[in-house]
Design a protein around this ligand. Structure first.
Ligand SMILES: [Zn+2]
Length: 316
């Protein structure tokens, strides 16, 4: 109400919400490593397609000339060679944050004091005591068991649109505090794209990107957790990728087109093993032992799509 009294814009509903941090135990163990295939673990490749539901912009850090009068300059989308891509690191970061939120994982990125963090969820410290997200996606000194390719745009068509100023939240801002304690992990909701006055190069809604994820020595439950974070299963999560999340850029849908796993019957070594098709549902079922159902429900509600919500045209 203060804003109205002083003639400012009316308050807008916040474009984000929080998934509560688990109060429960964060199981930790030695990661499986990469050297040999283990009989009760799964290794293989997920192949998929990412479809942009709103424009996607991943900043290259370059400002480019458009050769036109309006706008003369534009923030360019990142490319590898001449192909626009969503970098594997960007995709991995987004999928990791979903896995962290829906499983009993540590709070990795924070400048919070130790006494502000739930005791169980303090960031993993020892390489032989890693939580599930650190085992899968890596920790300082450990490479992790999943590797994301860049997601490469089919065709080469980009557009220039005008969005509100893109704003990258500080690390601290990815968490929600209450009474000086970390209570939640922050996620931006989906909605109708906001207009602004900053010209950016985007991959427009409808763009398709091809990507793959290689994984080695995951438990069946960990592979299921990865597939849920990639939007498979009943919860059908729609991640957000790239910049302009508050303005509702970067809403995507992910389809898994192929899941191939190493056929252990033929796996004498990881260099000559045969691959076979596997059923996604088997692993979604196995994931139940790792998924926190309350947190998955909270996240599915936050990431609900489609959404008629208006997205704010200013910074958050
Ligand atoms: Zn951890």
């Amino acid at each position: 109400m203060v804003g109205r009294e002083y003639g400012g814009p009316p308050p807008q509903p916040k474009p984000y919400g929080f998934v509560s941090v688990t109060r429960g135990k964060v199981p930790r163990q030695r990661p499986a490593g990469h050297d040999d295939f283990e009989a009760d673990l799964v290794s293989g490749t997920i192949t998929g397609v990412i479809t942009a539901l709103t424009p996607v912009h991943v900043a290259s850090g370059q400002i480019e000339l458009t050769g036109k009068r309006e706008p003369p300059l534009v923030k360019a989308h990142v490319r590898v060679g001449d192909r626009p891509v969503i970098p594997g690191s960007s995709l991995k970061g987004s999928i990791r944050s979903i896995v962290e939120a829906i499983s009993a994982s540590c709070i990795r990125i924070t400048r919070a004091r130790r006494d502000q963090q739930p005791k169980e969820a303090v960031a993993c410290q020892k390489l032989d005591q890693l939580c599930v997200a650190c085992r899968m996606f890596g920790a300082l000194g450990y490479q992790g068991q999943v590797r994301f390719s860049d997601a490469v745009l089919r065709g080469n068509r980009t557009e220039i649109i005008q969005v509100p100023p893109l704003y990258t939240p500080r690390l601290q801002a990815r968490l929600y505090y209450e009474g000086g304690q970390i209570k939640g992990r922050k996620f931006y909701r989906h909605g109708k794209l906001a207009q602004g006055n900053v010209p950016v190069e985007v991959c427009p809604a409808g763009s398709c990107f091809d990507f793959s994820v290689q994984f080695d020595n995951l438990t069946p439950a960990e592979l299921g957790l990865l597939l849920i974070a990639l939007g498979q299963g009943e919860s059908r999560l729609h991640p957000k990728l790239g910049g302009g999340k508050p303005a509702c850029c970067g809403t995507v849908e992910i389809a898994v087109t192929e899941l191939k796993v190493v056929d252990m019957a033929t796996a004498y070594s990881q260099y000559d093993a045969d691959m076979k098709d596997a059923d996604v549902n088997t692993y979604l079922e196995a994931a139940k032992e790792l998924v926190l159902s309350d947190q998955l429900r909270e996240l599915a509600e936050l990431l609900r799509y489609p959404s008629e919500r208006e997205c704010p045209n200013r910074n958050y």
